[in-house]
Design a protein around this ligand. Structure first.
Ligand code: GLC
Ligand code: CA
Length: 570
């Protein structure tokens, strides 16, 4: 099969379709359900001024490229002032732009440029914590009497040691940091430079809503709430039941989270035509529904990690993936709305984790995965660079990584005498820096990303994998992605259609139908590097092929390695 795949003419097949489903027949339509979200990691997208760091003017330069993808929404990772302990997820001023990224004038130009092209903008709101360099925190730590003291969580040392709290990013996993000046500990669920904001304080909450309104007034069309599961805490910090101190279950979805979201909805979301999504969807299905069902007046859609988290070092099982995606779809078939994603800035690369990044399979498997993401029910969140089949970064040693929490984890591993070689092996595969390497624009120096050496290494394969080369190739992953966004845009069946899983037991093929108002489409995806048979019970020999990632799409139920086909059955 390996040979037949190589000899196949690399050509993509596509037939134009006429939308037959009338818009009026679909209840609950929303622009953000029909949108394809394109996530941009600004630090690595395009550097405009030769300092090796991507910036807002770099994104402005590439607006026509973004438009050409056929995406409707851009989600920008944080662009606010930040000392960059966690690449912008440590905000020191919520109303200003990070120096590395440019100015507010650049931001205004960027949002206008997007809107002129009918693309909306989603901002990342990081309010579980601020930076320790935020003015609020500087004041709060200066004195117990500071008016900002209660914007954060403190444990006065005279009460003894605080009850155990777990930090995800701390080298000792200790979420309490002793601060000498006021003889107290402050809480940081992430790094010690990311002190947690005290959401039980109504003044703090009002500050947050004002910040959100500031960005909504500027024309922002949506908000992604970073680490929001963690905001609601009991400010008395009761000890957790013994043995569960490290369980994240204890930390997420605290008692008042729904009150906060309802308040935020009333204060912010309801006043603008914006959509909202939080990172994570709670501990279980009930939580997820409570966060997003229409009658709850909280968030617009759920961004659940369970499916994407299956993609791990050591691989994943296709039947597991199908089971989990199908479970979520079923749960949300009648109420609520989902996000569909497999990659983002906290994960390694789509094609490396979920597909096959060997040269002979890379393009096929990448197109197959894009087909999956764009033909599921839910709003696709597509990560920048995946449209080129950009791979993991090719990191070889610890010094090449940039992500500070990774180094803290390394220290932790070392402190407990762990296997550092294994740690590195894992990091090479799944460290989040893998998806943060510079966007590969061309085969020129620094991949056309910058005129200077970039802040993080470039994946060594940029001469082969880059946007310029793919523009010229009709069958490139890039051009295939464009066909997919067009297909989705023109066919509500892909957005709203009922999803039915077929051939559940297959470890090779993911097959499902989408149905809406008399239309029935079948999607066949081979997730392996071998030929595979799809046992769907459906005859596709006469079906119309709407899109496929091979020159000739298989119509006999047998799929070539990583083959993807979208059929119209009636
Ligand atoms: C979220 C972000 C991640 C960040 C963390 C702390 O998980 O996606 O990048 O490091 O929150 O803000
Ligand atoms: Ca720059």
């Amino acid at each position: 099969m390996f040979t037949s795949c190589q000899t196949a003419t690399k050509q993509t097949q596509t037939t134009p379709t006429t939308p037959t489903t009338s818009a009026n027949e679909i209840p609950g339509r929303k622009w953000w359900k029909e949108a394809v979200v394109y996530q941009i990691y600004p630090r690595s997208f395009k550097d405009s001024n030769g300092d090796g760091i991507g910036d807002l003017r770099g994104i402005i330069e590439k607006l026509d490229y973004i438009k050409s993808l056929g995406v409707d929404v851009v989600w920008l990772n944080p662009i606010y002032s930040s000392p960059n302990d966690d690449n912008g997820y440590d905000v020191s001023d919520y109303r200003n732009i990070m120096k590395d990224f440019g100015t507010m004038a650049d931001f205004d130009e960027l949002i206008k440029g997007l809107h002129d092209r009918k693309i909306k903008l989603v901002m990342d709101i990081v309010v579980n914590h601020s930076s320790d360099e935020h003015e609020w925190f500087k004041s709060a730590r200066s004195s117990r009497e500071s008016p900002y003291r209660d914007y954060y969580y403190w444990w006065n040392a005279e009460k003894g040691k605080p009850p155990t709290r777990y930090s995800l990013f701390d080298a000792k996993h200790d979420a309490w940091k002793f601060d000498e000046k006021t003889n107290s500990y402050y809480l940081h669920i992430f790094s010690e430079k990311q002190p947690d904001l005290n959401w039980s304080n109504p003044k703090l909450r009002q500050e947050v809503y004002d910040i959100m309104k500031f960005w909504a007034e500027k024309g922002t069309d949506g908000f992604r709430l970073d680490a929001f599961q963690f905001v609601a805490k009991d400010p008395n910090f009761p000890p957790f039941p013994e043995g569960t101190e490290l369980s994240l279950m204890n930390y997420s979805m605290g008692e008042h989270i729904h009150d906060y979201l309802k308040e935020m909805n009333k204060e912010v979301f309801s006043k603008y035509d914006v959509f909202s999504v939080a990172e994570g969807a709670g501990r279980n299905m009930q939580d997820a529904h409570d966060l997003v069902d229409e009658d709850r007046n909280e968030l617009s859609m759920a961004y659940a990690f369970e499916p994407a988290d299956l993609g791990k070092f050591g691989g994943y099982k296709l039947t597991e993936m199908k089971k989990v995606f199908s479970k979520w779809d079923k749960e949300f078939a009648e109420k609520g709305w989902l996000s569909i994603f497999l990659a983002n800035h906290d994960k390694a690369r789509l094609v490396s984790v979920w597909g096959n990044d060997k040269p002979e399979f890379r393009d096929y498997s990448s197109k197959m995965l894009s087909t999956f993401l764009l033909t599921m029910r839910g709003t696709p969140y597509y990560y920048n660079g995946d449209e080129l089949a950009m791979t993991n970064g090719g990191f070889e040693k610890m010094e090449e990584f940039r992500d500070k929490p990774l180094f803290n984890m390394y220290e932790f591993e070392k402190s407990k005498g762990g296997d550092l070689t294994k740690f590195l092996e894992r990091a090479k595969f799944e460290a989040r820096d893998n998806s943060r390497t510079p966007f590969q624009w061309s085969a020129a120096d620094n991949a056309g990303f910058s005129t200077a050496k970039p802040w993080i290494k470039i994946a060594p394969n940029y001469k082969e994998i880059n946007a310029e080369a793919q523009e010229k190739d009709q069958n490139s992953p890039l051009n295939y992605f464009r066909k997919l966004t067009k297909l989705r845009k023109e066919n509500p069946v892909l957005v709203y259609g009922k999803y039915t899983l077929l051939d559940e037991a297959s470890e090779s093929v993911y097959a499902y139908t989408r149905e809406l108002n008399g239309k029935k489409w079948l999607i066949l995806l081979n997730f392996t590097d071998k030929e595979a048979t799809a046992n769907t019970g459906l005859d596709v020999s006469k079906a119309k092929v709407l899109l496929g990632n091979y020159a000739e799409s298989s119509k006999d139920g047998k799929l070539k390695p990583y083959e993807a086909v979208v059929f119209e059955l009636n």
